[in-house]
Design a protein around this ligand. Structure first.
Ligand code: SF4
Length: 88
């Protein structure tokens, strides 16, 4: 799993930090999301997905392509999901 955040979209609501404090934090200065762990461990995958789902500005993208939970040999970065202005 690979997590990305779009700081420009983030409105600092903090939902992601509440759901997945191992993965996300907020900057002290302005409350904008700070990604702590771009590749969270499996125990945190569910929380990361939930954070992406509840983020009011769709600032979080979770890419699970090629993620089999194996030995991490592949770091395939092809395409990825593209959010197109979904608002919640
Ligand atoms: S839930 Fe979304 S808008 Fe809120 S702090 Fe996290 S990334 Fe930013």
């Amino acid at each position: 799993m690979r997590v990305r955040v779009d700081e420009a979209r983030c409105c600092g609501a903090g939902q992601c930090v509440l759901l997945a404090p191992e993965v996300f934090d907020q900057r002290d200065a302005d409350g904008v999301v700070a990604l702590l762990t771009p590749e969270p461990a499996p125990p945190h995958h569910r929380a990361a997905r939930e954070a992406a789902a509840v983020c009011p500005t769709s600032a979080i993208t979770v890419d699970e392509s090629g993620d089999t939970g194996g030995d991490g040999a592949g770091d395939g970065n092809r395409g990825g999901n593209r959010d197109d202005g979904q608002d919640g």
